[in-house]
Design a protein around this ligand. Structure first.
Ligand code: C2O
Length: 542
């Protein structure tokens, strides 16, 4: 196994999109940032130097960080932010994962422009569990704002309203030729007749689930979130923010140009759907220079839940899965929106949710508040009191009809930095239940520090009497992010065998900002064999 050394300089860079030039925050002046290419079993050493005017941290989304929680990256969870002018070196090993992951800033909305791909090839000497593709490419889906994304989130937080709609969706940072001033830079993916391409698709958009399709070409799904899956064919993918999907495509169509396209799926009900499609071009080598207009795939409509569900429920592990069959912990966690009363003297413009309120979000009726003086991991490791409490509830404080007409008295969550303690090695099940508090929304729920099995999902209220019979304990897929259906539920299982403080949150950035998160504190116990490594010397302090 190899160790790969990288330098990431986070700095302001001039980026031109949609006819306008912006000062965007990038890594090494690149947008999207550099792709890290490694083999399963390799280690990464990434020195991040902050030359921007904002605090920053980098998260290696989906990297399990076994015993290296200090390198996970979410600000105030495993580290304090890297302040302007400072640096921090992330050191970790990727082991037992093959496929595609990605990295992104985990600080305010910086990840709008601070992200890149992590490509994990098979272990040295191993090969893919499918025939070797002739060509590989990465397609990273993103979201672009004409305004500074940091100002957009600040405004949303200040006014308590929904953030403004992005101006474009992007493929590898480019809106594509359906947008003004964008056609020259449209991403092109080459293909040769008769050959096979492996395409790694990443949803790095801040706040949007996306459908993905290539005109006329069948997609064979072979992996997701850096785990292989039992291959299946589909014409369309649906990815929640945070998720990755690896597909094989064959150059079996008439040589020509075909659009690769992604479009928004299931945003807040009633939200406008302008600027919701992005394109790249799949180009047959022999057709190069052809000026013909590429063929556009017909994408599912934004509310096509049947297509989305058919896709998300098609995933299976390739073999027998190591899913825990017995449980030490069985949690029931709601995920939903809510509203907070506005302070009596606040200006009307600061209270733009209905009836002079501000939007908020919660898990089990707790809006997660990040600490500010210490990270949770530092506080835990050094025994610093008063930073968090361990009373995050294992079930919602009251039982109600989660997906029905929720009584207004249940709309207002409490605020707190509450974590849930898991014993090292515990076999854990979490029933994630979406709620219709204020409104129903999708929630891509991401857990740090672990992959988990998605053993079932469905709509309405989870019913332990009837729904447990639907559990797949044989070959459920391994994921790090599950798209909780709108007004629905999902059940995940994992073994808590990685010590640390691990945030589980909605990967819609606006929801995490509103508190849709909780933290598992997995305690290794003094002297335990699998103890957490000591904090690195350069770990940032607050
Ligand atoms: Cu991809 Cu907590 O993040």
């Amino acid at each position: 196994a190899k160790t790969h050394y990288h330098g990431f300089i986070v700095r302001q860079t001039r980026v031109t999109r949609l006819c306008k030039t912006h000062n965007s925050i990038t890594v090494n002046g690149q947008f999207p940032g550099p792709t890290l290419e490694i083999n399963n079993g390799d280690s990464l050493v990434v020195k991040v130097v902050n030359k921007a005017k904002y605090n920053v941290t980098i998260h290696w989304h989906g990297a399990k960080q076994t015993r290296t929680a200090w390198a996970d990256g979410p600000e105030f969870i495993t580290q304090c932010p890297i302040r302007p002018g400072r640096s921090y070196t992330y050191r970790f090993t990727i082991s037992g994962q093959e496929g595609t992951l990605w990295w992104h800033a985990h600080s305010s909305w910086l990840r709008a422009t601070v992200y890149g791909a992590i490509v994990i090839h098979p272990k040295q000497g191993d090969s893919y569990p499918f025939s070797k593709p002739n060509h590989e490419s990465v397609i990273t889906l993103g979201q672009w704002w004409d305004a500074n994304p940091i100002d957009v989130i600040r405004e949303a937080t200040r006014t308590g309203g929904a953030p403004n709609i992005s101006n474009a969706y992007t493929i590898n940072g480019q809106p594509g030729d359906l947008y003004k001033c964008s056609s020259n830079d449209t991403v092109r993916v080459p293909v040769r007749s008769g050959e096979t391409n492996l395409i790694r698709v990443i949803n790095a958009a801040l706040n949007q689930q996306l459908f993905f399709k290539i005109a006329n070409h069948k997609l064979t799904v072979v992996g997701a979130d850096a785990s292989y899956v039992k291959p299946f064919n589909t014409s369309v993918l649906m990815l929640g923010p945070g998720q990755t999907t690896d597909v094989l495509i064959k150059g079996d169509q008439k040589p020509g140009r075909y659009y690769i396209a992604a479009r928004a799926y299931a945003s807040a009900q009633g939200a406008p759907f302008d600027n919701t499609t992005t394109t790249a071009i799949l180009e047959y080598k022999t057709a190069k220079g052809a000026s013909s207009k590429p063929l556009m795939p017909s994408l599912p409509r934004f509310n096509d839940t049947n297509t989305a569900t058919a896709f998300t429920t098609s995933f299976r592990s390739p073999g027998q899965a190591q899913v825990p069959k017995t449980l030490d912990e069985n949690l029931f966690i709601t995920a939903g929106l809510g509203i907070n009363k506005c302070p009596p003297k606040a200006k009307a413009s600061h209270c733009q949710a209905p009836n002079r309120t501000r939007f908020t979000a919660s898990m089990n009726n707790v809006s997660f508040v990040l600490p500010s003086n210490f990270s949770l991991l530092q506080a835990h490791h050094h025994g610093i009191p008063g930073v968090f409490t361990t009373d995050f509830p294992a079930t919602p404080p009251v039982t109600f009809d989660y997906t029905g007409n929720v009584s207004r008295s249940l709309w207002q969550p409490t605020r707190g930095t509450k974590v849930y303690k898991l014993k090292y090695g515990a076999k854990v099940q979490v029933v994630l239940q979406g709620t219709n508090i204020f409104t129903a929304e999708n929630h891509p729920i991401h857990l740090h520090g672990y992959d988990f099995y998605v053993v079932a999902e469905g709509f309405g209220n989870f019913n332990p009497k009837t729904d447990t019979s639907k559990f797949n304990l044989v070959d459920p897929p391994l994921r790090n992010t599950v798209s909780l259906p709108v007004n629905g539920w999902a059940v995940i299982r994992f073994v808590a065998n990685n010590p640390g403080t691990w945030i589980m949150h909605c990967h819609l950035d606006v929801h995490i900002g509103w508190g849709l998160a909780t933290v598992f504190l997995v305690d290794n116990g003094v002297g335990h064999l699998e103890t957490l490594q000591p904090p690195p010397k350069d770990l940032p302090v607050c």
